[in-house]
Write a protein that binds this ligand. Structure first.
Ligand SMILES: *Cc1c(COP(=O)(O)O)cnc(C)c1O
Length: 429
């Protein structure tokens, strides 16, 4: 396909600015987005004829196999010819059932039941509804609050927003509207007994009103790209068991190999009562997420006066998304993905280490296929993006962070380009 003419790129940008909301953006738009014409492998092809950018973002953690992948394309095409969608109320189909079974098989032991949601935020809403309803059904309706640690991110709808980092500005804006949850300090990266004690005592103190503890295991993503000791997850598991509180892991960012294990919970050997997955679930092809729970949670709900989970999105279990999710999981498990993620981890370490010498850089950290350079100041997003694009790489820095989580199929030469671009963005941002 030919590039768009300069005139049509201008027209698109003008219409975009006037009519289209972008993530966390003003209306009309102030920053000019880049127009993508197509994507293949790890490369985005720009519509303005400027060429290609290596994607350092996996489209927000999702495109783990890269773009335009023949196996995933075939899965979508085959399913498209059968049916792109049917309602899930009263009907079912092979892609959804097979996907649910795969998720049960590969997720931590004990997670047995699967709710297919249409986005990560909705899967967190469903997780919260499951937990609150579990206690309500068991005659303990006062258990309706959530506890989490600061620095988290769980999505942009109301319940998820209420457990996001309260320092992000959103909480102040929505004071009095958002449910008031219980926050503990953000977890230190290494294990500290005094912090574990804080977790234990807060859970004990609030046990009567707590439905669940919800956290992102091992890596806090959009709330600040922080890593913490998996040992805290065992502390949470024990304290929750001791005080009748459910434990929810939000693995929407960490799931499907990103941290070096298939799910981050495996770093701690812990099974949560409820687990959310999304982002890489469909290999970045379609929007879909899932909420998994144990039989204990499901049984609790079933014993209530209203013995059903009253949630049912129109596009629940969408066959196209489910089919490509199955194909993406098979593609991942059918290769030596651990070695690939380790290779990327080593490349990120080597390539990002020099950033420590740059003025304005506070920290460099790498875990699995995640590389982070933290600045000592708010990043100049425009300057940092421009620096990365000049190196031929697409990055999307935020707050004080320049970071990358590349597709697992990123080759060594492209990985070098990406780390160079992160360093350039950190230098100029
Ligand atoms: C992205 C993300 C979400 C929200 O998912 P959406 O699909 O954007 O609604 C929730 N939790 C975590 C940890 C995420 O990274």
């Amino acid at each position: 396909m030919p590039d768009l003419s300069p005139g049509s790129v201008r027209e698109l940008l003008d219409l975009d600015r006037r009519h289209v909301w972008h993530p966390y953006g003003p209306m009309p738009g102030r920053q000019e987005p880049l127009v993508v014409e197509s994507a293949s492998g790890v490369r985005l092809r720009m519509a303005d004829g400027s060429g290609e950018l290596v994607d350092g973002m996996s489209s927000w953690w999702s495109a783990i196999h890269g773009y335009n992948h023949p196996v995933l394309n075939d899965a979508v095409r085959d399913q498209l010819e059968r049916m792109s969608h049917v309602m899930f109320g009263g009907l079912t189909h092979e892609p959804a059932v097979r996907l649910a079974k795969r998720l049960v098989d590969i997720s931590p032991e004990g997670l047995e039941h699967v709710f297919l949601a249409d986005s990560g935020s909705v899967s967190v809403e469903v997780a919260v509804k499951m937990c609150l309803q579990h206690w309500r059904s068991l005659g303990r309706p006062a258990k309706q609050r959530l506890l989490t640690w600061r620095g988290g991110y769980h999505g942009d709808t109301w319940q998820p927003m209420s457990v996001c980092d309260p320092e992000g500005g959103m909480h102040e804006l929505w004071q009095g509207v958002l449910p008031r949850q219980i926050f503990v300090d953000a977890p230190p990266d290494g294990y500290e007994e005094s912090y574990a004690d804080q977790l234990r005592s807060l859970i004990e103190r609030h046990a009567d009103e707590l439905a669940a503890v919800i956290v992102e295991p091992v890596v806090q993503g959009a709330g600040g790209m922080r890593f913490h000791s998996p040992a805290y997850l065992r502390v949470l598991r024990e304290a929750c068991d001791a005080h009748d509180v459910l434990l929810v892991f939000d693995e929407i960012a960490t799931g499907f190999g990103r941290t070096g294990t298939l799910f981050a919970a495996e770093h701690a050997g812990v099974t949560p009562d409820v687990m959310c997955v999304g982002k890489a679930l469909t290999g970045g092809y379609m929007t879909m997420a899932a909420t998994l729970c144990t039989s204990r949670v499901a049984d609790g709900i079933s014993r209530g006066e209203v013995p059903v989970l009253a949630h049912g999105p129109t596009f629940m279990g969408n066959p196209l998304a489910a089919a490509v999710a199955c194909a993406s999981i098979d593609l991942l498990l059918g290769q030596d993905w651990r070695t690939e993620v380790k290779r990327i981890e080593a490349g990120l370490r080597e390539g990002l280490e020099p950033a420590l010498e740059l003025p304005g850089v506070r920290d460099v950290r790498v875990l699995g296929a995640i590389g982070v350079v933290q600045l000592d100041h708010e990043v100049d997003m425009r300057a940092a993006t421009r620096a990365a694009v000049r190196e031929g790489v697409w990055l999307r820095p935020f707050r004080d962070l320049v970071y990358t989580m590349p597709p697992y199929v990123t080759g060594d030469a492209d990985l070098v380009r990406i780390t160079r671009a992160v360093c350039a963005a950190a230098r100029e941002g």
